[in-house]
Design a protein around this ligand. Structure first.
Ligand code: 4AD
Ligand code: MG
Length: 433
């Protein structure tokens, strides 16, 4: 009579087992009770008859939602029950009874998203949210597995930084010590560039911060980014690495988290084609496609959400767009020697309009050009001296990219907004709970 988890219930058919969890829902029908229990791994329906199990019946009758319980009973096959099994409850131990005077605030009905976000610490208990968080975990696991298999070493970049990496408008400034200021990192890139010159192929994977003023469904102020960087690598190498990484993640989730995909009612057939090669188009080809679809875009415009949606709708898998105008890309991007007005950068747009999941490319390796760009963009030269050292001492061509974890998970899960795919979202105007 061991303790089991609900996801393993099917392996214990006709055995008496104990489950430890919470009361998710309770339906009372005369002398029968139909409780539904959850334990974090799944839901299971129970059946209790007053006549046969009077003690269990008394303990469960009127029990409040989310009360914590240990229950013992026999697992039975029941094709009509969600999950295919139910438990004939014979014993109930209530650990904590949620008081009737202060019922659990999240009922099993639709609630507004602000209501739920204020109660995120409880909202994570619902099966949908738990499924999303398991898919997030699988995404991280598969991502690291892929990077490690490609010979990349995980190195960690700092969170306190002296300067901007991705423009100065989204920097979070913090009081460091005395009157010294620091910033929360926007990207580990500059640091993995140093580490790539030390170890060859590296990546970092951790939280990054941007004071995004606009409220969109794709932006958080705190999000996780995986950033590979490789010495002696070029744009094409990173495009190949990026499509391999995204494909490995999607296929791993489909294989290892099929049940969660089903709980989310996500159409898996939309994800099945996500395999290399991904279509590769230039920025200028993307402009052509956009114009054919009625977008009024001119050379030098950056793509917004609507443009990204149109582009991604042309393909059954993510699309890679490369060689953007240098003027709309970051200061560190290597120009294309054949067309110096273009940067050797690329973005990967997820399918179905989920937007940019990867941005990256080749880095400037010339000391003189990098210094020129720093000056043009009026970035503080002093804070970048260590970064310039990488071009003073054995500079080599090198490239990398950043993959936004929440964008990838939101796309795989098919969620409306990235705020649902991180345990405690941080957004402009929200740091609670
Ligand atoms: O395109 P971005 O700004 O690129 C960089 O930060 C490079 N320094 C990365 C590198 O080359 N090492 O950001 C990379 C990715 C985006 O494609 C997007 O997926 C995600 O990070 N991202 C965000 N995700 C959620 N909320 C935000 N505010 C995000 N900003 C970027
Ligand atoms: Mg970008």
């Amino acid at each position: 009579m061991g303790i089991i988890t609900i996801e393993k219930a099917g392996e214990h058919e006709d055995q008496e087992v104990t489950l430890r969890g919470w009361l998710y829902n309770l339906r009372e029908s005369g002398k029968l009770l139909f409780p539904i229990f959850r334990d974090g791994t799944g839901l299971i329906q129970g059946v209790v008859s007053q006549k046969e199990q009077p003690d269990a019946f008394a303990a469960l009758r009127g029990l409040t939602q989310e009360s914590s319980v240990e229950i013992t009973g026999k697992i039975r096959r029941e094709p009509r029950a969600p999950g295919g099994y139910e438990i004939g409850v014979s014993r109930v131990q209530v650990l904590q009874r949620v008081p009737e005077s202060e019922p659990y605030p999240i009922q099993l009905k639709e609630h507004g998203v602000d209501f739920l976000l204020d109660r995120r610490h409880l909202w994570v208990r619902t099966p949908r949210q738990a499924s999303i968080l398991r898919i997030r975990a699988e995404t991280s696991r598969a991502a690291r597995e892929f990077m490690d298999s490609q010979g990349y070493t995980l190195t960690d970049a700092p969170i306190f930084t002296p300067a901007a990496c991705e423009g100065t408008t989204t920097l979070f400034e913090v009081q460091y010590v005395d009157d010294e200021k620091a910033y929360l990192t926007q990207s580990g890139q500059l640091y993995v560039e140093a580490l790539a010159a030390a170890l060859g192929k590296v990546y970092c994977f951790g939280p990054t911060f941007r004071a995004e003023k606009s409220k969109t469904r794709r932006h958080l102020t705190e999000f996780w980014m995986l950033e590979p960087e490789a010495a002696y690598a070029h744009l094409e190498d990173m495009m190949t690495l990026g499509e391999g990484l995204v494909s490995h993640i999607v296929q791993s989730v489909l294989r290892n988290r099929a049940r969660e995909i089903e709980t989310l009612k996500r159409d898996a057939s939309k994800l099945e084609p996500v395999k290399p090669p991904f279509p590769r188009i230039t920025y200028e080809q993307a402009l052509e496609i956009l114009r054919q679809h009625g977008h009024d875009v001119k050379w030098g415009d950056d793509f917004g959400g609507d443009e990204e949606t149109t582009l991604s709708q042309q393909f059954d898998r993510p699309v890679m767009i490369h060689r953007y105008p240098a003027s709309i890309k970051a200061f560190y991007m290597e120009p294309d020697s054949a067309r110096p007005d273009l940067a050797l950068g690329f973005d990967v747009l997820a399918s179905e309009g989920y937007g940019e999941i990867i941005g990256g490319g080749e880095r400037i390796s010339s000391y003189e050009l990098l210094l020129k760009r720093l000056r043009e963009q009026k970035l503080p030269e002093q804070a970048f001296q260590w970064y310039l050292d990488l071009r003073r001492y054995g500079s080599v061509p090198h490239a990398g990219f950043g993959m936004g974890l929440e964008r990838v998970v939101a796309w795989i899960c098919g969620t409306e907004h990235v705020r649902e795919v991180i345990p405690f979202p941080r957004m402009i105007y929200r740091v609670y709970p």
